[in-house]
Design a protein around this ligand. Structure first.
Ligand code: RUQ
Ligand code: CUA
Length: 620
């Protein structure tokens, strides 16, 4: 097909999509018939494949993005049972997250985050089961410790990063997690009128450094780019280790009605970043201090970033398990493009560029691409199996296409109900995917469940990918918004069930009711409290009005599942303390009176009795 014919075809497709209101999201996509397990025997097979008998355990953990709920949802696969919610960026009363002093400080005054891409830590390109990193749009990356499934650090907001969507995507040995600006803006919180967008607004591609021992994150590097809208990323692996890839839309540098203005060009870009070179430049002290961070300008520091043209407004970019191929999907196209890492390297070596964008060299599309795979309409994301097959989600077609790497032939398609965004294969981002299961993370559910009113859940569909043909096994539902998920073999995680007493180094921890009590000093009250079945000691906490009160709560249980809570309704306090843990909560006792506190977690037959009073004596 000639370039012109392709353009015509693309134009027709785009027009059809606009007419159908698909791009504008004005109406629901026509609901394709799902490939529901057909006969009774198919149903029995699907039921058996997903049934986990009472007391039995699932084979995989699924860590699913909770979108603007700010949380991570944990599921078991294949049962698709929701096991637990890990609060990350949003207070969560069920676990007391965001109420005690430490977690409240970690949230830094923000009460929500828009979580997109969970990223499990890796060693040698394999999930190692240590941490889960997850980004949110407000320039932050959080670390969840998989020993206790708790959020342990929230890094950011990173200066200059505006709309951190292309994140977290860790490198194969967890050296870095990626970041980038989706909404370019003047750097260092500068203000410039929107008609100066093309020049005064800047994009940023960045990475957060991760300490390999502790998982602690800190500033890595930032690279200044034109004001493109950086969308997604992936880290290179094996042959492409040391590199990272970022898609963008709006290479037009347009403003206004972007659905039109940012779809003018035939191609946008995938940035090819040599992160080792960027790291070296930072270590050599290069970069200009902007907004408190060293920013590398590709004009002054060449050799760290290149641009490779990719079909109109690409969304996902995914690196194959062997690291040889980079799959980028123009979401307004009917094909997904496969780029060849070796060809990229050759073109860079030969300096075979067609021009530059603000000093960033642009590679020739024909030089670096290997294939355009006709997967279907609206390709978004690609995952991989162990056997050389790739799976691409098709938003507009509402389906998954299975295709063969190397021959580029599309071998199967399965409809999704409805409108799939991301998809997640078992260990699908590693150098050795498991195959077996694939989950379609759909944006809509269109009543494939009991009617729950206008605010409907989204559907996540479990697909069997062991055979030639993909088979739908199960519909599960989740709250907004399942952007992305990762699936790790269950036997890689060994979470603890109690915090061992010896490991509790909290300065306010006490283990004997004899040490419990209230002390006062200089307008401050400190209550050291012991929680153990079925008493809160002391039973009364007496303070004076106006005092700043810190309640330090130690749950001295060493028994699995014996959590105790501390609910103090009148002061909006809700702390949950796990066995062996100490937490503090601090507040000003500004209301005089007598206020009950009680244990919130049903812990024993005498749980109801686990209660007491805060007595706030009025000013004399
Ligand atoms: S997004 S549906 Cu990752 Cu936020 Cu693609
Ligand atoms: Cu402790 Cu209920």
């Amino acid at each position: 097909m000639s370039h012109k014919q392709k353009n015509l075809m693309f134009g027709a497709v785009l027009a059809a999509m606009v007419a159908a209101g698909i791009l504008a999201g004005r109406c629901a996509p026509s609901a394709p018939k799902s490939r529901r397990p057909a006969g009774a025997s198919d149903l029995a097979v699907a039921a058996q494949a997903t049934y986990i008998a009472p007391g039995d355990l699932d084979e995989y953990y699924l860590f699913s993005s909770g979108g603007h709920s700010g949380q991570i949802y944990v599921y078991g696969v294949p049962s698709m049972r929701h096991l637990v919610t890990i609060p990350v960026y949003t207070p969560y009363p069920a676990t007391g997250y965001g109420f005690d002093d430490d977690s409240k400080a970690m949230l830094g005054g923000l009460t929500w985050g828009d979580v997109h891409h969970p990223s499990l830590s890796e060693t040698g390109g394999e999930y190692d089961g240590r941490w889960l990193f997850v980004n949110e749009m407000n320039g932050r990356i959080a670390r969840v410790d998989l020993r206790d499934f708790k959020t342990r650090q929230i890094f950011g907001p990173m200066p200059n990063i505006s709309g951190n969507h292309a994140s977290a995507f860790v490198t194969p040995n967890t050296e870095y997690a990626m970041m980038a600006s989706r909404f370019s803006a003047p750097l260092a919180n500068g203000a410039a009128p929107i008609d100066q967008y093309a020049t005064a607004y800047k994009g940023i591609i960045a990475a957060v450094k991760i300490d390999p021992k502790s998982g602690t994150t800190s500033q890595g590097f930032e690279i200044m780019t034109p004001p493109f809208d950086w969308d997604l990323a992936d880290a290179g692996k094996k042959v492409s280790e040391g590199w990272a890839f970022f898609t963008c839309y709006n290479s037009e540098r347009a403003t206004g009605k972007l659905e039109v203005t940012a779809s003018q060009r035939d191609r946008d870009y995938i940035a090819v970043v040599d992160w080792r070179a960027a790291e070296k430049a930072i270590n050599e002290g290069k970069g200009d201090l902007i907004g408190g961070v060293k920013v590398l300008d590709p004009k002054k520091v060449p050799g760290i970033i290149y641009l490779m043209p990719c079909g109109k407004s690409p969304h996902g970019v995914d690196v194959s398990p062997d690291g040889k191929y980079i799959v980028g999907s123009g979401k307004l196209q009917g094909v997904t493009t496969v780029f060849n890492f070796e060809k990229i390297q050759t073109a860079i070596r030969k300096q075979d560029f067609t021009g530059n964008e603000d000093g960033i060299p642009v590679l020739k599309y024909e030089d670096v691409k290997d294939a355009e795979v006709p997967v279907g309409l609206g390709p978004l994301h690609t995952q991989f199996g162990p056997d050389g097959y790739a799976y691409t989600s098709l938003f507009v077609d509402s389906a998954i296409a299975k295709w063969k790497m190397g021959t580029w032939e599309v071998v199967d398609k399965i409809p999704m109900s409805y409108s799939i965004g991301h998809l997640c294969a078992a260990e699908g981002d590693t150098v050795s995917p498991d195959g077996k299961y694939l989950i379609g993370l759909n944006k809509l559910s269109h009543g494939r469940h009991l009617n729950v009113g206008p605010s409907q859940p989204e559907s996540s569909q479990l697909v069997d990918i062991t055979g030639e043909k993909m088979k739908l096994l199960y519909d599960a539902f989740t709250e907004p918004e399942p952007h992305y998920a990762q699936m790790i073999k269950a036997d890689k995680l060994h979470p603890i069930e109690v915090y061992p007493k010896e490991g509790n180094k909290h300065p306010l921890a006490i283990w004997d009711v004899k040490d419990a009590g209230v002390t006062h000093q200089g307008g401050k009250a400190l209550a050291k409290v012991v929680l153990v079945r079925s008493t809160i000691t002391p039973q009364t906490i007496e303070v004076s009005q106006g005092e700043t009160v810190t309640v330090a709560l130690t749950n001295i249980e060493q028994t699995t599942d014996e959590l105790h809570g501390f609910g103090l309704l009148a002061y909006n306090i809700n702390v949950v303390v796990d066995p062996g843990e100490t937490k503090t909560v601090t507040f000003v006792a500004n209301k005089a009176g007598v206020y009950p506190f009680y244990c919130t977690n049903f812990c024993s037959a005498l749980h109801q009795e686990m209660q007491g009073y805060l007595i706030v004596k009025p000013h004399a």
